[in-house]
Write a protein that binds this ligand. Structure first.
Ligand code: PMP
Length: 291
């Protein structure tokens, strides 16, 4: 379900009035940048988690496209759409894209459009996945190397995630795991990866993975080491979990042919993350912006 009011180029409008042009450059070539941000209904009212970090990453993506964005204005718009749609637990989607005016590849002649939408929260991997964990399948596809497209939230690059996730879903799994040509783990289609071995928590590090804000949060909360991890090492982990704005901390109950179940460390980290984002833990207060 999508909320009915969206922020478009500086004003709040009804969603039905916000249809993009069929000749928008962004529609044809994915020349856009987006973010995925969570807000939470806390005891103090709606709060947006790590808004500044999300918008800083958005700005980096926009810079690669040569697109001007008003980061302060779009940050304020995140709160505006929450209020306009009376949302607390929500998913916020800022998106900037190049509009019509030419189907060439020179963006300097085009203008950008800017939108912020908010929708009631749900996790993209399914609502029961927190309890039972997800099944993860090693993809036959490679993640786009960051030497080809920067590891940021640039629209067109998500075709890579879509085809990998589609392959996993058709094989009966919930999610895809990208592994590189040298056997190193990269990330999921929209999540970073952690593993637990002998009680030690490790954040998988890879140049082609999105620098995730949830990954950074979980590292700070757990003191997890960040280092490259091979697929062979991951296959022997005691526990594996995925992290991301949408999935938060979600256990991997199965990796390819191996059943792991959702382990105790994963459950502990998930509960800690939940308390932090909901303002129930001191560690999180500086990360929560009023909406
Ligand atoms: N990797 C990819 C490819 C993603 O799309 C996401 C979701 N934004 C993540 C990792 C997790 O990043 P974050 O924690 O910042 O949401």
């Amino acid at each position: 379900m999508t909320a009915s009011t969206v922020w478009l180029d500086g004003t709040l409008v009804d969603t039905s009035a916000a249809a993009p042009s069929h000749l928008a450059n962004g529609l044809h070539y994915g020349t856009g940048v987006f973010e995925g941000i969570r807000s939470y209904a806390t005891a103090d009212g709606p709060r947006i988690f790590r808004l500044a970090e999300h918008m800083a990453r958005f700005a980096k993506g926009a810079a690669h496209l040569g697109m001007d964005v008003d980061i302060d204005g779009m940050s304020a718009a995140c709160a505006e759409v929450l209020r306009a749609n009376d949302l607390g637990d929500a998913y916020i989607r800022p998106l900037s894209w190049f509009d019509g005016g030419g189907l060439g590849l020179d963006m300097r002649v085009l203008t950008a459009r800017h939108m912020v939408a908010a929708m009631p929260w749900s996790t993209h991997l399914g609502d029961d996945t927190k309890a039972r964990g997800v099944t993860l399948r090693t993809s036959s596809w490679r993640r786009t190397p960051s030497t080809s497209v920067p590891a940021l939230k640039l629209c067109g690059n998500y075709v890579n995630s879509v085809i990998a996730r589609r392959e996993a879903l058709l094989a009966g799994y919930d999610e895809a795991l990208f592994v590189d040509d040298r056997g190193f783990v990269v990330e999921g289609s929209a999540e970073n990866v952690f593993m637990v071995r002998d009680g030690r928590v490790t954040a998988v590090q890879h140049a082609d993975a999105l620098p995730g804000i949830t990954r950074d949060t979980v590292r700070e909360l757990t003191g997890a080491t960040s280092r490259p991890v091979t697929a062979a090492e991951l296959a022997e982990a005691d526990e594996i979990f995925l992290v991301g704005t949408s999935v938060e901390v979600t256990g991997v109950a199965r990796l390819d042919e191996r059943d792991l179940g959702v382990g105790p460390v994963t459950r502990e980290v998930a509960a800690l993350y939940d308390a932090v984002v909901r303002g129930q833990h001191d560690a999180g207060h500086a990360w929560l912006a009023a909406a």
